[in-house]
Design a protein around this ligand. Structure first.
Ligand SMILES: *[C@@H]1O[C@H](CO)[C@@H](O)[C@H](O)[C@H]1NC(C)=O
Ligand SMILES: *[C@@H]1O[C@H](CO)[C@@H](O)[C@H](O)[C@H]1NC(C)=O
Ligand SMILES: *[C@@H]1O[C@H](CO)[C@@H](O)[C@H](O)[C@H]1NC(C)=O
Ligand SMILES: *[C@@H]1O[C@H](CO)[C@@H](O)[C@H](O)[C@H]1NC(C)=O
Ligand SMILES: *[C@@H]1O[C@H](CO)[C@@H](O)[C@H](O)[C@H]1NC(C)=O
Ligand SMILES: [Zn+2]
Length: 949
């Protein structure tokens, strides 16, 4: 059995009013926020809002003179261990402030002579000792230099001590501090989360350290490579006075919990929580696994599913990595307030409630899948990221890209019938293609010197890092084959356990695995192949001409008129592994290593057949015609239909093929029953919807889509026996949601009636919701759109009373679907009222409103008018970039472009924080949209009109 992480003499009393969970180590990522939110959007019916990516801005290489003015710590001191005691107060003090007090002793050694001690410290009030902010001593009574002067530097978040003489290289010292901080509701560092249970307000003290917030909990050397052992003690006020307290501090009885020393780990993976949450647990191969949540959620069995899948997923990774789980326990906890989707703290993973809690009766299949993939993602980090950590944040893409790839493997193991491995195409590959095809994109890999301050670090948490990272690692694993990839990985993890790496260390170990595999051949080294994918931005479009047999590559740019001003040492050429088939017969992997090559072709060819290549494919028109005719006669032969559709639409955006060719890939859809091609088509048509839903094209668009969706709607009606059941297949369940959503939106009468009836029944009997959880998101949204104030108010009541977070999220999103401007404006006001909408949900609520064609201008006016307030209200949140891209996604007129530029101008003094790049991209996208609409509107209208009759 594992070690015990909290030790309490009072356990024998049987009542632990406050349970403190200590975390041994963690890793998670705040960026999962954007990622997971964006995924949610892809899942029909759950009504999440999309994230967007941002590219970090070019950095100026100005190095300040004084070491305390630089964001990176000097390399003279390295921490060994910390003894930290923290005492959060879960009641406000007389000034109405929630605080915590604490003290810390950090043992560090000196590796380069220096008379300065620089350590991170942010927003902490330090106690002074003889006028200095800290006490310094030598370890084991050795002498330490005395402090000459100490001061705090706010900008770089440092405590600086100047000493009377230098520290000795090789010697070890102890720095002692005492401090008081605010337990604020800012979701950063050691913070406060509140919730109400049975009418009682409860306070939770919890933490989020990634990327740069550990320094807000206690003074520390807050960089990922400065790993140390943490000895943590947490005190809490002892609330049940009839039990004897363990100790008394300042006259207050407190309960003290001492945690086992952690493994050697990074500060950003630390976590500690004080709450009255309860847990369920299980032993899995003698490892203790616990799921923690609010008591009501646990009583409602919302933790059971997470508990069920955690053991198998951990076992999968142990086998995949060929490395045992590094810790002696695994805790996972669902928090009512959490900025990211989840955070991989080592041994204590924190989640939003929607990412961990599954209600067997109320949750949808999409909710369940999200829980599985998020757990799988976070647990992948327990080794990759936590046990072996990247040296610095510039390599974040490897950490996040890796977890974003293998999460599908872990989820597939836990739920083998779901075809999870196919879904990466929709949720990562196609998603990031859209961003990486812009001239403003950026390479995966950045130099360490380009990433310094906290905002540059938080900008690394973007779609490129997560999804392109996942896409190129998947391509690598495919061409190396999974066993070779896993062998290299295992040797990497075992070699660098408890240490730090740079991304080339992984390439080295993969290369070694290739060399150790008999008969394994790749055309160049792993380094040389991968450098082309990681050191230059973008990806190629590969074109085959079946009339000549030539094949060539070219950097794919969505806007052919955009200018790439970022030079590449590889001249935007890649080493491209191509899986392909000729007239239905699989061919050997073909490597395109030059600008062009030759292949022998036959009647028809199809490239990137397993959709694992990170590139687009174009053909000569003859081959396109043959593929399109196959789609219409025998579509199953084309195994990568989702790819064909997505490529055609994007090639059309880039003016490489005509818009009508792209639209022609959707003609066969009336025969399509599979989810992935449908979803791919709907996402691409969504752009047409956004561009045209305020124009005369809208009518023809609706008529065409109605014609295409009707057979799918009827299909599901039949197989669900008049909607009394749900399909058995996992992705069929998603496609049923698409069928209903699109049918209702395009005016299929029986769909409207169905939805109105269901919603009406629910309003009449609120305790008896007749709508299947899978369909709730879609049904709520459409019923509110068709309805009026009565339907809206009912949903608002249900939202306020919802005890399941994912149900609340569906309702919150559906409330944005009303067509009544006054309701939308009122709802916008609600979004900034924390008593009505949790702060963590403010920006996604505004985005949902902007997604509605009626709400879009209202949301834009709201954001413009309130920018400085919103900016300060959501400070520290990662979601500004998706707010800007969400609100501006329909922009396609000259007038809107001017407004956007004016907005930028007017708010320069306020700033845009993490939305800086999103704003630039919004301007770029609007410009491209204007051009696209001008050039395509007439053709599209004509084609749709002809095809819809
Ligand atoms: C830190 O705590 C451990 C365990 O209580 C103790 O053995 C050690 O001496 C402490 N270190 C310092 C520098 O006080
Ligand atoms: C820290 O000190 C400042 C200035 O005295 C005070 O305003 C603030 O409330 C203090 N913070 C805490 C958490 O005690
Ligand atoms: C968890 O697993 C048990 C045993 O296999 C099963 O009966 C139960 O339905 C599962 N719970 C959930 C929520 O999937
Ligand atoms: C797994 O690890 C063990 C010991 O570390 C090693 O002997 C074995 O070869 C590894 N297996 C694979 C498949 O890498
Ligand atoms: C579905 O409804 C139709 C018409 O209302 C009816 O004819 C048919 O038998 C029903 N099918 C099932 C399986 O209940
Ligand atoms: Zn992650």
């Amino acid at each position: 059995m594992g070690k015990v992480y909290y030790i309490s003499k009072n356990v024998s009393l049987g009542i632990l009013v406050l349970a403190a969970i200590a975390l041994a180590t963690i890793i998670a990522l705040s960026i999962a926020y954007d990622k997971e939110r964006a995924k949610n959007r892809g899942k029909p019916g759950d009504g999440g809002t999309g994230g967007s990516s941002t590219s970090p801005p070019p950095t100026t290489h100005f190095t300040p003179k004084e070491p305390w003015d630089r964001y990176r710590l000097p390399d003279s001191l390295v921490p060994v261990s910390y003894n930290v005691t923290l005492w959060p107060r879960l009641e406000p003090n007389t000034d109405g402030l929630y605080i915590f007090t604490g003290n810390s002793k950090v043992v560090f050694s000196c590796v380069k002579e220096t008379d300065l001690i620089i350590i991170h410290c942010n927003k902490l009030n330090l106690t002074t000792f003889s006028g200095h902010h800290a006490k310094l001593s030598g370890l084991s009574e050795a002498a330490a230099p005395s402090i000459q002067k100490s001061w705090l530097v706010e900008k770089t978040a440092y405590l600086v001590l100047r000493l009377h003489s230098s520290l000795t290289v090789g010697a070890t010292y102890v720095l002692h501090t005492e401090f008081q901080g605010e337990l604020a509701d800012d979701l950063e560092g050691f913070y406060r989360s509140e919730y109400t249970e049975d009418g009682v307000k409860k306070v939770v003290a919890t933490s989020q350290m990634q990327a740069t917030y550990a320094r807000k909990a206690f003074p520390c050397f807050d960089e990922p490579a400065l790993k140390a052992v943490f000895n943590l003690i947490l005190s809490v006020n002892w609330v049940k006075s009839n039990y004897s307290a363990e100790s008394v501090i300042d006259g207050v009885p407190v309960k003290v919990t001492t945690f086992e020393p952690t493994k050697r780990m990074s500060t950003y993976l630390l976590a500690f929580i004080v709450s009255d949450f309860v847990s369920i647990q299980r032993l899995s191969n003698s490892l203790q696994i616990r799921i923690w949540a609010r008591k009501k959620a646990i009583d409602d069995r919302q933790g059971d599913y997470a508990l069920n899948v955690t053991g198998p997923i951990l076992q999968f990774y142990e086998r995949y990595y060929n490395a045992t789980y590094p810790l002696s326990k695994s805790d996972q906890i669902a928090l009512p307030d959490f900025n990211a989707g989840a955070m991989e703290n080592w041994g204590l993973v924190t989640y939003r409630e929607t990412a961990l809690l599954y209600d067997p009766i109320l949750s949808s299949t999409g909710n369940k899948e999200r829980i599985t993939t998020v757990i799988s993602h976070e647990l992948a980090h327990m080794w990759f990221g936590n046990l072996v950590t990247l040296q610095w944040w510039n390599d974040l893409w490897l950490n996040e890209g890796f977890a974003s790839y293998v999460e599908y493997l872990g989820a597939d193991y836990a739920e083998p019938t779901w075809n999870m491995k196919d879904q990466i195409v929709l949720y990562d590959v196609h998603k990031v293609f859209a961003v990486d095809a812009l001239a403003s994109s950026h390479p995966l890999s950045r130099r360490a010197e380009e990433v310094n301050d906290p905002s540059q670090i938080s900008e690394m948490f973007n779609t490129i890092s997560y999804s392109k990272g996942a896409a190129v690692l998947r391509m690598l694993s495919e061409f190396l084959t999974e066993p070779v990839f896993a062998r290299g990985l295992s040797s990497y993890l075992n070699t660098f356990a408890f240490g730090n790496t740079v991304y080339t260390d992984l390439w080295d170990h993969l290369q070694q695995a290739v060399q150790n595999t008999q008969g394994m051949q790749i055309p160049d080294t792993v380094h040389n192949i991968m450098n082309r994918w990681t050191l230059q931005m973008g990806f190629p479009v590969v074109t085959v001409d079946t009339s000549t047999g030539t094949i060539n590559q070219k950097h794919f740019l969505l806007d052919p008129e955009s200018v790439v001003d970022r030079p590449s040492e590889f001249n935007y050429m890649w080493f491209v592994p191509i899986k392909w088939m000729k007239s239905g017969v699989e061919q050997q992997l073909y490597w395109l290593l030059e600008k062009s090559g030759m292949v022998t072709v036959t009647h028809w060819v199809l490239l990137n057949t397993n959709m694992s290549g990170y590139f687009r494919v174009n053909y000569d028109l003859g081959n396109w015609d043959r593929l399109l005719s196959l789609l219409n006669t025998n579509h199953q032969v084309i195994i990568n239909r989702a790819q064909i559709i997505d490529d055609a639409f994007n090639l059309a955006r880039a003016k490489i093929v005509s818009t009508t060719l792209a639209l022609r890939t959707t003609k066969y859809l009336s025969k399509e029953r599979d989810y992935i091609p449908w979803e791919s088509a709907l996402r691409n048509l969504d752009y047409y919807l956004l561009m045209f839903d305020r124009t005369e094209v809208y009518g023809a668009f609706q008529a065409y889509l109605k014609k295409q969706i009707q057979p799918l709607f009827e299909h599901f009606k039949t197989i669900t026996e008049n909607w009394t059941k749900v399909p058995t297949g996992h992705t069929d369940q998603y496609n049923q949601i698409n069928a209903i959503g699109v049918a209702c939106n395009t005016g299929v009468e029986s769909c409207r009636d169905l939805i109105k009836t269901w919603y009406r029944q629910w309003m009449e009997n609120p305790n008896q919701n007749p709508i299947h959880p899978n369909l709730k998101g879609t049904v709520y949204c459409r019923a509110i759109a068709f309805g009026g104030v009565e339907e809206w108010e009912f949903a608002w009541e249900m939202f306020k009373n919802a005890t399941l977070a994912s149900e609340a999220a569906r309702l919150r999103s559906a409330l944005a679907c009303t067509k009544a401007p006054w309701l939308l404006n009122r709802y916008l006001e609600y979004s900034l009222d924390p008593a009505k909408i949790r702060k963590q949900d403010a920006t996604s609520t505004i985005q949902s409103i902007a997604r509605n064609v009626v709400g879009m201008p209202l949301a834009w006016n709201f954001v413009r008018a309130r920018w400085s307030y919103i900016f300060q209200y959501g400070e520290g949140s990662f979601s500004f970039s998706s707010l800007i891209s969400g609100v501006t996604q329909r922009f396609s007129t000259e007038f809107e472009l001017q407004e956007l530029k004016q907005f930028k101008e007017d708010n320069l003094h306020v700033g845009f924080g993490s939305a800086t790049l999103a704003l630039e991209q919004a301007i770029e996208k609007t410009t491209a949209n204007i051009r696209w609409v001008t050039e395509n509107k007439a053709h599209v209208l004509k084609w749709l009109t002809e095809e819809s009759t």
